[in-house]
Design a protein around this ligand. Sequence first.
Ligand code: SF4
Length: 703
Amino acid sequence: RGDSRAADRTVDSVCPYCGVGCQLTYHIKDDAILHVSGRDGPSNHNRLCVKGRFGFDYPRHASRLSVPLIRRDGVPKGLDPDFDPADPTTHFREASWEEALELAAGGLVGLKEAHGPDALAGFGSAKCSNEEAWLFQKLVRTGFGSNHVDHCTRLCHASSVAALMECIGSGAVTASFMQALDADVVILTGCNPTVNHPVAATFFKQAAKRGTRLIVIDPRGQALCAYAHRTLRFTPGSDVALFNAMLNVIVSEGLYDETYINEHTEGFEALKTHVVDMTPEAMSGLCGIPAEEIREVARLYANADKAMIFWGMGISQHTHGTDNARCLISLALACGQTGRPGTGLHPLRGQNNVQGASDAGLIPMVLPDYQPVGDAQLRAAFEELWNTPLDANPGLTVVEIMDAIAAGQIKGMYILGENPAMSDPDLDHARAALARLEHLVVQDLFVTETAQFADVILPASAWPEKDGTVTNTNRQVQLGRAATPLPGEAKPDWWIIQQIAQRFGLPWDYRHPREVFAEMTRGMASLGHISWERLEREDSVTYPCPADDAPGADVVFSDAFPTPSGRARFSPTRPLPPDEPLDDVYPTVLTTGRQLEHWHTGSMTRRAKVLDELEPEAVASLAPGELARLGLAPGEQVVITTRRGQITLAARVDPLMPEGMVFVPFCYAEAAANLLTNPALDPYGKIPEFKYAACRLSSSEHA
Ligand code: SF4
């Protein structure tokens, strides 16, 4: 438990890390969290993983910001190896809130007046509450005057959402992961739940023990393979070939659900024709899976009474990420595997509030509830709600904004809780862009790598210090409650956003997040019958919810899809190679992601004592054969080089890795994986290809 003293009070809240959204209780003494325990929430049933249980002390880290900071004259913007985040006064001077806010907002207002609305952009964060996301996108749209607002959904499931919106008219999951307990077959592809959604993984294991057949489809092995009925470790980047071969089997063997297709879908005849030549034999060479194995798995899924598909960023983070998700949706539609208990499509959302932040409109091409900015009628509803005209042009996305800075278009930014100097692909490019900004305001808990480029840093609130709602991967809107006081002069994020908004001349006067949530319920049909007061009583309500006293819908689209015709649509795809093919100079696949103990860019977990002691240094995971080929022993340094950069870090032997591939977590600033990654984008979701870059491994920097 970490501390044997007795707590003097407890506060119920939600875990601030992954999209599972575990409910927890903070046990507090003298305003400090002693330990954390799990609650009986709908997504965790008292369970917590190591992050939720032990990752609670980061708000009290020695480098926590408690005073506004302003860059000292003459200090260049950028990463200085001598900079100590625990003593930022070498590079920044402390300032009053009044001075910092005047400078922060004044710089942005001045750039807008000089260059117009398109000179500004904002990154919000999935680490923030729904209310903060709502206010942030509202500030950009009504204050900055453009739609140049985005957040890390662009780097995780933007392609999944693009495919889901296109095919079924909704970007959220069709069923919670608890439905896996009722499924006969569960496909897990491009995800590693034991690492990234650990409590969800415990329910998958439970399902397997009860008889659910798990099918793990991924180039890398993982802990859940031990529970799997079948494991397909296909060639990296060949997802579309494999899934189309499965569709070919379902079509050619007549395994599809004709009644479901006739009643609920459109476009199946075109799909049938499209997949006719993509037989398992034809695709086997591309995906590396024997044709008969593809047939077996296709039959298992299609013949199941109830089957679900879960996916993660191994599907979405490709230049063909949208095509990958389109294939998975086609599989479910062809086999009638949605709309009933134990069936469904579930992109496992990564960050704790990436679902809620996206729903709240922290996306450049859509207003809250995914209403396209270009639709005059839908836009008019928000113009009326906010009493101001809105821009009809879709804004720029995360990577496009970096390119627009480099091109001189975007000159000022407001970044809340995001860390693009670590999370963007091709970091040298992203960091050069940040350094070029004429005015950068960063609102965060620490002087992150991104904050080291800022003109003004505003000290924000950590999750245990605030009231707010978040929405997890299951569409469960949950209430977090302030448990501990803010340090020093740090302020609630909603208050800071409002201060900036007021300096843009906006007449905002919110006094508590509950007032923001009330406004959200007026603009977002998805939040119908969910109120702050109800959440105070019930802690969690799933949307969509049909009545004030009814539970929300765990499974949706039983009768119709939210598309103009009420039908779901098949969207055929063809295999495309990764953007950066392997060659003699760069013969190995680099893939990136998270570790169990660390989360996103590590700004919180690397400041959590237990978590950082468990995983203290950057590591590259390699198959035993790769290490042997390099002549390295585990723990020795390996050099990884791509066309964009080079990093050196400790080699870790991992028997679950395939030969010809290396995995690097992206949370270590000292060996930043994203110095290496490929910024090529999926054309629909605009998501970079984090899961596939051509690299070279060596034991020496000069090899
Ligand atoms: Fe937190 Fe996710 Fe772990 Fe649950 S599974 S405790 S939400 S990190």
